[in-house]
Each structure stands twice: as C-alpha cells, then as structure tokens.
Design a protein around this ligand. Structure first.
Ligand SMILES: [Zn+2]
Ligand SMILES: [Zn+2]
Length: 583
C-alpha cells in the first residue's frame, strides 16, 4: 500500500509538472504574440527612399557626447558610426568648461570631425565650437559665457532651450547667442517621460519594442514640437539667429537618474549613435564641396553654419532630402540664412524633393502665408515689407514635427532698427574707499593687496593664490567699505587689468549678520580697460532676500576671484584703479 501510494503520488507529480510547463509555455506564447502584435501595430513607417536630387548640401551631425564626457563611445567609433549613417561631418560637444585644447579638425573614417564643448551656464547649456581653448574656465551667467565665446571667435548655440528639466532649459533671451536648437531628441524624451498620465510613458515603452526593427524611424517618431518658436522669431525680427538641430547623442540611457548628474554605471547603450545619426541631420550649403583637407574643409563648413545656410531634416523618415529656398527683390537674390534689404515686392522660391503627400508651409514670422501639398517647385509672391520668411515641409498623417525646417530669410528695413535704449550719461562720481578696505579669502587661499596713489590715480593691486585640490569654495577678494550705503548711485566705474585674461566678479554685500550678495562679472586682460557695472544689472549670488540689492544697506563692494572662472591652485594679480560710485 505504502509503495503503491508512493507511486501514485509521483505519477501525480509528473502530471502536475507537465501541466505547469504547458501553462507556462502557453503564457509565454501569448505574451510573445502580444508583443509581436503590438510591434507590428505600432511600428513606425519604413524609411521612404527619395529620388536623389543633389542640392549640394553637406549633411552632418552637431551636438554629440563621446566617452570624454557622458557619452558611451570614443570619437573614433562615433565617426565610424557617422560614416555608416552616410554623414560627412560631426561636431563633438562634450561637457566641459572650454579649457581643454580642442582636437584640430581631422578626418576619421572619412568623416570630418570638429571638436567643441557644451558649457553649463547659470541659464542653461551653451554648445560652442570653432574656437581655441579658453584661458580660464567658462561658466557663470550665460551672458558672460556668450561674451567669452564671441571673444574667442567661437560659434555658440543655445542648447535644448525648451528642456523640461529646469537646470537644462535655456532662459537667457537677451544676450547675443548665435544659434538655437529647435530640435533635440533628448528634450523630446524628457517631455514624454514627464507628461502627466500614461500617454508619454506608453510611447517610450512602445519605442523600446519598436527600436530594434526600425531604430531611426522610432527616434524620429518620439520627437516633440519645439515650444520656443515664438521666442526665436521674436529675436529673428531684430537679428539673425541660426536655427539648428542638435542630436545631443550620448548613446546611453541611464537606468537610475539622469546622465547629466549621475555617475551610475547602470546604463544601456541606447539609442545607438548610428541610429541617432540616421534619424536627423543638418544639411549645410557650402561655397565648395569638401576637398579632403580637414582644416580648410572645417573653415568652409563653419562659413556655411555661421551664415545659417542650413536646414534640418528628419532623414530617418524620408531621404536623402534636397531643398532650396531663395528670396529675390530689386536688390538681388539671397539664400536661407541671409538678410535682404527691403526694396520692392519679394518673390520666394522653394524647391524640394518632398514626397507628394507632404505639405510645404511658408511662414512669415508667426503667420502661415502659404500651405501647399505636393509642391516640388513653389513660387510665393510676398509683400515689400520687412519680414522673416521660413519654410517647413510637413508629412501627412498628423506628424508632430516637420520633416524639414529651413533657416529664415530676413528682409530688413532700409532704415536701421531702433537703437538700444541708451543710459543717461554719468554726471557725478564719488571715489570708493575713502574709509577702509581689506582683503578676504577662504581658509585654503591667500590674498594680499597694496594701494598706490600717483598722478590722480589710486590703484589697488590684489595678489591672490586660490587653494589647490578639489574645488570647494576657494576665493580671494579685495573688499572696499561703503559704510553709508550706495543709495542714489547708478553704477560702479573703475579701470582694471590683470596679469592674464580672466574674469573678476564685482559684488555688493549687504549689512545683515548673514549678508546677501549680488554680482556682475567683468572680463580683464593685460591692458587697462574702463569697466562699468550698473547697479540695476547685478544678479543675486545664491539666494538673496530680494532680487535687487537694497542700495542703502550695501556695506561693501568686493572684487572677487573665485571658482566660477578660475581654477583651484591659480595664482595671479589684478590691478583696480580709481573705483568710484557714479550717477
Ligand atoms: Zn545639454
Ligand atoms: Zn548635450
């Protein structure tokens, strides 16, 4: 009995096990079928191959991170991926402070490689290239970084201006940046991930399943429309702002946190550089084709980019694209990116190899003036008035992002734009430092100063040595007392130089026990320069009790060397002559 009972039990066990396996297999099959069905149902349309129509543009990729910062591959591997994707140039923009000497332009895998940098400013990220290394770290206020990049001869682009992440979003709209990203896949993914409800996250999960089958098309489908077109156009009315598309390629998704602020090793190498490079590109019209000589080809490319002779296209959707956009009036014919004086009616001409189902949309500022389906050749007669014209070509079927976006043609008034508001001239000055001054520094740094009075010139010399080692709060400063406050004045004026190019922060400090500070940074080099810091133009250092300084309660004016623009361990000298309150 015992035996028989045992046998019966094990027979039952085997049957039960077989039943379980069957159920598991069935469940797996159902799951597989569901995934397969969902992939088939959600797969983006296949790439549309367009008849080759050469517009003599050169296609390439701007805004790429390599393993020099938070990207996953080496510059060599990235160039090889660009070659496989059919791109002719890449611009590396690893995160940094611009003090690393950039690689000279080189060809790798037949792809022209330029080396730039993505600088973190207080008001967002600034992508800068075509410039030498900076003699000091670039950082702090965006307007100062823009000024520094200009002085170095570089070209700068406000990166991902509509990022949903506040630290990444661009918020400086008055300083003269050269270009702006109207397309950035990284921003699009963040927008989807943070969308309320399930829609955005569902799209991202679907994309993970679809990606292996149609990678570039999946990336393109996730792209979100830019929310800052109105701000861009408001600027374009007054000055050229090159419309760029940055791929912001890292080829990594961090499983925990954001690659920007995490050092986690938990990441997937997705989406690949190659897929990203196939998804979209900028197409630059150059004066001549590339010759194979890296330095001169880089110069040719940069002339085209700086002139705005470029359009962005989602090549992953359809390609290779061909596009031409000109405007003609009494003064002649210009191309996209160019300015044309207003003189008689304007004729716009647009030619493309867009598929027949696509619609060409011609904008005048924020207004659509023409929208035509299947126009491979389009002529639009526009008014003689100053205007900003630009073109989008939009796929049918409710696409969120145009397939192609041009740079504007700017028709400008013959009469100059209204001049900037001028400040009232200075009529009264009062020297600073009639009472007292001293130096200040953190525990690891040293600062000493002496003052000389000669020929009506009072000059302070500050010698500083910032503490070395890890960046902490190293600083050195000369502090001038203002015991009665500085109410009634509008500016601080002085003449200054330094023993090397650098930035010094002019700060106002309040009278509280834990005082607030406001600052404005100024550039100094080896030659004397007159500098004016307007008191309504200073910004808070950290968080302050009020946005603007309470002038009656300012008890000190400081000239500060700190880590915003100076490396730990730096020694140097700064001369400040005749500091004065002005009104
Ligand atoms: Zn960035
Ligand atoms: Zn980036």
């Amino acid at each position: 009995m015992q035996n028989a009972d045992g046998l019966g039990h094990s027979a039952f066990c085997i049957l039960h096990f077989a039943f379980l396996v069957k159920r598991l297999l069935f469940a797996a099959a159902v799951l597989f079928a569901a995934v397969a069905a969902s992939v088939v149902l959600t797969l983006p349309p296949r790439h549309l191959s367009l008849a080759a129509a050469d517009d003599r543009s050169i296609a390439g990729i701007v805004h790429i991170h390599s393993n020099r910062s938070d990207g996953s591959s080496s510059p060599d591997d990235i160039a090889a991926a660009a070659a496989r994707a059919g791109r002719s140039f890449v611009v590396f923009t690893d995160h940094g402070d611009a003090t690393r000497i950039p690689d000279p332009p080189t060809y790798r895998s037949g792809v022209l490689c330029l080396d730039g940098v993505e600088i973190s400013t207080n008001e967002g990220h600034y992508v800068a290239f075509d410039m030498p290394a900076s003699p000091y770290p670039l950082g702090g206020e965006a307007r100062d970084v823009i000024e520094d990049v200009r002085r170095l001869g570089g070209f700068g682009v406000a990166a991902h201006p509509d990022s949903p992440k506040p630290q990444l979003r661009w918020t400086e709209w008055t300083a003269p940046f050269d270009g702006i990203e109207l397309l950035n896949p990284d921003t699009s993914w963040r927008v989807l991930a943070q969308m309320p409800g399930w829609r955005g996250r569902r799209e991202l999960v679907t994309a993970l399943f679809d990606y292996p089958f149609r990678p570039a098309q999946t990336i393109d489908r996730l792209l979100q429309p830019s929310g800052i077109i109105p701000q861009w156009l408001a600027l374009a009315e007054h000055r050229r702002v090159v419309a760029m598309a940055g791929v912001d390629a890292h080829a990594r998704i961090d499983l925990r946190g954001d690659p920007i602020d995490s050092t986690t090793r938990a990441w997937l190498p997705l989406p690949s550089y190659e897929a990203t490079f196939r998804s979209l590109a900028v197409h630059v019209m150059t004066d001549r084709p590339f010759s194979g000589a890296a330095a001169s080809d880089a110069a040719v490319l940069m002339r085209g980019i700086r002139a705005g002779h470029l359009y962005a296209a989602l090549d992953g959707v359809a390609g290779p694209p061909a596009f031409e956009f000109t405007a003609t009036n009494d003064l002649g014919t210009v191309h996209e990116g160019d300015e044309l004086g207003a003189s008689g009616p304007v004729t716009l001409q647009i030619a493309s190899n867009a598929p027949p189902s696509y619609t060409t949309v011609v904008h005048q500022g924020t207004r659509v003036i023409t929208s035509v389906r299947d126009p491979q050749q389009l002529v639009v007669h526009a008014s003689a008035q100053p205007a900003v014209y630009w073109v989008e070509i939009v796929p049918g079927g409710g696409a969120r992002v145009p397939w192609l976006r041009s740079n504007p043609i700017y028709v400008r008034s013959a009469t100059p734009l209204a001049p900037d508001v001028m400040r009232a001239p200075i009529t009264d000055t009062a020297p600073l430092a009639t009472t007292g001054w001293h130096t200040e520094q953190d525990a690891s740094s040293t600062a000493s100063a002496e003052v000389s009075d000669r020929d009506n010139r009072r000059e302070y010399r500050l010698r500083f040595a910032l503490g070395g080692g890890a960046p902490a709060r190293q600083y050195a400063a000369i502090e001038i007392d203002t015991p009665n406050g500085i109410a009634g004045y509008t500016a601080i004026g002085f003449t200054a130089r330094a023993d090397r190019p650098m930035r010094v922060s002019v700060q106002l400090r309040s009278d509280e026990a834990s005082p607030d500070r406001w600052q404005r940074s100024v550039y100094l080099d080896r030659f004397d320069h007159d500098r004016t810091v307007f008191l309504d133009d200073v910004t808070p250092v950290g968080s302050t009790r009020s946005e603007k300084p309470p002038l009656a309660r300012i008890r000190a004016v400081l000239f500060v060397v700190d880590l915003t623009n100076t490396k730990p361990g730096t020694t140097g000298q700064v001369w400040i002559a005749n500091p004065a309150l002005e009104r």
